[in-house]
Design a protein around this ligand. Structure first.
Ligand code: GLA
Length: 667
């Protein structure tokens, strides 16, 4: 048996490469929850065992992690190495396929990273029809309660729950991108604890949960290669994406905090950078970008205390609307008559960092790039191709396209003093030539190559990931970007829901959010400027409204909120998060705790309490993780930790007071 150890949990595997224990430190010391008694009728022991990586030759009833066309793979264990986590090598002697499995806890967290390296050591080419990263098994004696996030454009990160007593549940994407439809994380509650499983991959993927008949649920996490098998020639190797698993005794919210810890680990030293307050021009000007118009916005932005000014779509030649221009990344001289360099300098002269929107993997048929390279797009030989938002997707898996994208970005970043890039992706892959090996893998790996290149060649540039809102939010993107745009929906109550869901799987330092004047799509109730500022302060604060239209008093209030955000942003972007209630409950708040400092953001997502015409009591926000006997001060109020945790921080909503930002300091 081998036990590997995370921050407060451990994971133990036996010499059949089956799971023995997963839980808090010391959990291995006792009879395994995965051991079974009784006769194995009409199946094999492998069908009931908690296999770590199931080959389909064992035909496990709950499905295989690895399948090779024409072969029934069966493993022989060829060695285990203990050190930097665990490494086990399994071999199928007939094909010569070797699977090297890795387990490793991300330092300082309880997040277990697992992946497999598959090497064809035999003489024949192999076609992999399934190549998952890992299988995670959870004891679910009374069935599994599965929590996941679904969505669509403008409605990302919507939480949902399903009870799986027996059988199969699957979420994923077949679109060559993480997608709007589901987030690649799944939380499994078994009544006693919660477990999270996720996948760090920006292409097609699946998370498949199978509840067996003897009290286990097994979750397979991997790339989806449906219709696009991966071919492995003799001597070739492919590495799966990293799958992540976490156990938390603190339930679903505890799993969320572990995902946050993991993303802080992925950010590395870049976590220490101050998240600037940004202004983004998209909602104010859409494609109608002009130097004068942008400078007028930048003037007001600077006066409010904004630190980075981002010019969104519409700045390059041929981009008057969404029918043209993508691919031709040259500033439009008609829009910047004094030159783009002079424009960027003028923005920077206001004390603002300059940022720019790009969508480098795309091309409009109406562009010089498409005229020069029609062969660069994805297409299925001889079959119709579809545009989405009037654009095609470039095959970034090609080396020439990769070089074009990298050089285009290098060119922009070296020609102009750009400190911030918003990288967008507004259409998924649809038709594609199936003759080419591993299209999805080639595209995603080259995407990572460009992002990794940008981080090394232009280390001071902040990168915001965006994909028609939140279609590219996953742990691999989180490792290569500084902020992520969760949704194009910025309306107050819609956004509150989206952000609450986002925070269940992703950390606040990644959550880009703007204050805008947008009306709701799903919930049209109006909310105050304060509500919208407190909401956008829940992660990385930005403004996206047409601030030239804001009144002097709105601007003065905005400047105050921005100053308040700056005073607490370290707590918000680095702190431990506890979500209190939710947008559809009587109370809705997020608590951030960082050292002795606590910040609580609270919103009234519903109605009022009768406004003193009837007896009513304050809403109480029970805080978490405080020191019971310590005193916490907020302005002139002080409370004991016990009071704040057991009774809660009081808030009272009125027509004009619908949100609050409360700072508490442990005395
Ligand atoms: C996408 C993004 C938006 C904006 C537009 C520009 O929809 O999600 O934020 O950048 O593209 O075309």
């Amino acid at each position: 048996m081998w036990t590997i150890t995370g921050d407060s949990t451990e994971y133990t595997v036996n010499d059949r490469i089956e799971l023995v224990a997963w839980g808090p430190h010391g959990v291995t010391d006792g009879p395994s929850a995965y051991a079974f008694h009784g006769k194995v009728q009409y199946m094999l022991p492998g069908d009931v065992a908690a296999l770590e990586y199931a080959p389909d030759g064992l035909r496990p009833f709950t499905g295989a992690d690895l399948s090779v066309a024409g072969h029934a793979l069966t493993w022989r264990l060829d060695g285990v190495e203990d050190g930097d986590g665990l490494t086990a090598t399994l071999v199928d002697d007939v094909t010569g396929l070797r699977a090297t499995l890795r387990w490793r806890f991300a330092p300082g967290t309880d997040v277990l990273e697992r992946w497999a390296t598959l090497h064809n050591g035999g003489p024949e080419p192999l076609t992999l029809t399934r190549l998952d990263s890992a299988g995670f098994t959870v004891p679910t004696p009374a069935g599994a309660t599965l929590h996941y996030l679904w969505g669509q454009w403008a409605q990302e990160f919507t939480p949902a729950t399903t009870i799986l007593t027996r059988g199969r549940f699957q979420i994923g994407s077949e679109l060559g991108v993480t997608g709007h439809l589901f987030s690649p994380t799944l939380t499994i509650e078994n009544g006693d604890a919660a477990y999270g499983v996720g996948l760090a991959w920006t292409g097609s993927w699946h998370l498949t949960a199978d509840a067996d008949n003897a009290g286990l649920t097994r979750i397979r996490a991997g790339r989806s290669v449906t219709g696009e098998p991966v071919r492995l020639g003799p001597g070739e190797t492919v590495t799966t994406p990293v799958a992540v698993g976490v156990y938390s005794a603190d339930g679903v919210d505890g799993v969320a905090r572990q995902w946050h810890a993991y993303e802080r680990h992925l950010a590395g030293e870049r976590l220490g950078r101050t998240r600037n307050v940004i202004y983004n021009s998209w909602e104010a000007t859409t494609f109608d970008v002009t130097a004068d118009g942008q400078l007028a916005l930048a003037d007001v932005a600077a006066s409010l205390g904004v630190e980075t000014f981002v010019v969104d779509d519409g700045w390059f030649v041929g981009r008057h609307d969404d029918t043209g221009g993508l691919g031709d990344w040259t500033p439009d001289p008609a829009k910047f008559p004094d030159g783009f360099g002079a424009f960027v300098d003028a923005v920077r002269a206001k004390g603002l960092e300059f940022g720019l929107w790009v969508e480098p993997e795309m091309v409009n048929p109406k562009s010089a790039l498409y005229a020069a390279h029609p062969e660069w797009i994805y297409q299925a030989q001889g079959r119709p191709r579809s545009t989405i938002r009037n654009q095609y997707l470039l095959n970034l898996g090609r080396e020439d396209v990769f070089a074009f994208v990298r050089d285009t970005l290098d060119g922009l970043l070296t020609t102009y003093p750009i400190g911030y890039v918003k990288w967008d992706f507004n259409r998924p892959r649809t038709e594609a030539d199936r003759d080419t090996a591993d299209l999805d893998g080639a595209h995603v790996r080259n995407l990572y190559r460009v992002l990794d290149h940008l981080r090394t060649a232009h280390p001071d540039v902040t990168i915001e990931g965006c994909a028609a809102g939140g279609a590219r939010v996953d742990y691999a993107t989180a490792a290569r970007t500084d902020v992520l745009w969760p949704s194009d929906n910025t309306a107050p109550l819609d956004r509150l829901r989206i952000q609450h869901g986002f925070l269940s799987a992703h950390a606040p330092h990644l959550m880009s959010s703007w204050v805008t004047d947008a009306p709701g799509l799903f919930d049209v109730q109006k909310r105050s400027l304060a509500f919208r500022f407190v909401l956008a302060s829940a992660g990385v604060l930005g403004i996206g409204a047409d601030i030239t239209r804001w009144s002097p008093s709105e601007r003065a209030e905005a400047a105050e909120w921005i100053a308040r955000y700056k005073a607490v942003r370290e707590v918000i972007t680095r702190g431990e998060v506890h979500r209190i209630g939710g947008p559809d409950q009587a109370r809705c708040a997020v608590q951030y705790t960082h050292g002795s400092r606590v910040v609580v953001l609270a919103w009234n997502a519903g109605g009022l309490d009768g406004q003193d015409t009837v007896p009513a009591r304050d809403i109480r926000l029970p805080l978490r993780g405080l020191e019971p006997t310590a005193r916490y001060r907020s302005g002139t109020d002080t409370y004991s930790g016990s009071h704040l945790m057991a009774v809660g921080l009081p808030v009272r909503w009125t027509v004009s007071h619908d949100a609050d930002l409360v700072e508490l300091e442990r005395q």
